[in-house]
Ligand binder design. Structure first.
Ligand SMILES: C[S@@+](CC[C@H](N)C(=O)[O-])C[C@H]1O[C@@H](n2cnc3c(N)ncnc32)[C@H](O)[C@@H]1O
Length: 276
């Protein structure tokens, strides 16, 4: 599955399972970190790209001062529908979050209109990353900041690694799955830096950030990726039985590695700070 095809699979049953299973497992910890980085810059106008079901948006809405503005965008209306349904509480006297379906490669915002752009775990799905970065550069005011993140390889992310091992055991002849190829396929810090510079941005830092992924059980961790990501579209034509076998093997692998109780494992990503 290509980046573009994967990007379009955050739909159907994925948004609900993404919010319920993936967000607490591995996205909330990075959202907390991203919000702290964003708020420390005291932006007046914030734009979020690939906001998904709104885990970063909720944090920003609660932490930004009332006089700031916040627009949250995503390619897939189904993801934003879950985000909007959960709501995002803003401090008193502030305007509401503006939710808007938008492709990061074609941003419907004016040149120089934003102080800060945030994009958590979206860039891996952009088919042309320098072009997407050029869009960010255009909408940022001179000196404005872009914060974005991308997962490190599956070797540094034990839950994704276990899912991939199980997938390859059950489907030995299948091509590399979307998690290996796309979600965890953009992890060369030099390439990340080069793409941002090719889009006209100045890169301040590409940091490896290790946090903790957590789930109540191996079963809960094992079910998240097959149901709450574009892997769902790869598995659906093969039937529930195939998905269930992959989840059972994944849960066994996680129990062998992390024990039979709740799962706690290091997860690793790159967080990039750049500016116009
Ligand atoms: C892994 S999710 C991350 C969502 C959210 N930022 C979070 O941290 O939970 C990736 C998101 O990227 C969105 N996406 C993929 N390609 C996109 C594009 N070209 N423009 C805007 N959003 C895109 C998907 O719809 C999906 O919501």
């Amino acid at each position: 599955m290509t980046e573009d095809a994967a990007a379009r699979q955050f739909r159907g049953g994925v948004p609900d399972d993404y919010e319920r299973r993936m967000v607490p497992l591995m996205f909330q910890p990075y959202a907390d970190d991203m919000v702290a980085r964003a708020v420390a810059r005291h932006p007046a106008a914030v734009l979020e790209l690939a906001a998904g079901t709104g885990v970063v948006t909720r944090g920003l809405a609660a932490a930004l001062p009332p006089e700031s503005t916040l627009a949250a965008t995503d390619l897939n209306p189904g993801m934003l529908a879950v985000a909007e349904a959960r709501g995002a509480a803003r401090p008193a006297r502030s305007s509401d979050v503006v939710w808007r379906t938008a492709d990061a490669l074609d941003l419907p915002f004016d040149e120089g209109s934003v102080d800060l752009v945030v994009c958590q775990f979206g860039v891996m799905f952009f088919p042309d990353r320098p072009a997407a970065h050029a869009q960010v550069r255009r909408v940022l005011r001179p000196g404005g900041t872009y914060l974005f993140s991308a997962w490190d390889s599956i070797a540094a992310n034990a839950i994704a690694l276990a899912v991939d091992e199980a997938y390859r055991r059950v489907l030995p002849d299948a091509p590399p799955n979307v998690i290996t190829r796309v979600a965890h396929g953009y992890h060369d810090p030099d390439a990340i830096r080069r793409d941002a510079e090719a889009g006209g941005l100045v890169v301040d830092a590409v940091e490896g950030v290790e946090l903790i992924g957590a789930a109540d059980s191996a079963e809960a961790a094992a079910a998240a990726i097959p149901r709450g990501t574009p892997m769902r579209a790869e598995l659906e034509p093969l039937g529930d039985e195939t998905r269930d076998r992959i989840e059972a093997i994944t849960a066994d692998l996680l129990r062998q590695r992390f024990g039979t109780g709740p799962i706690r494992t290091p997860i690793r990503a790159f967080v990039v700070t750049a500016h116009r």
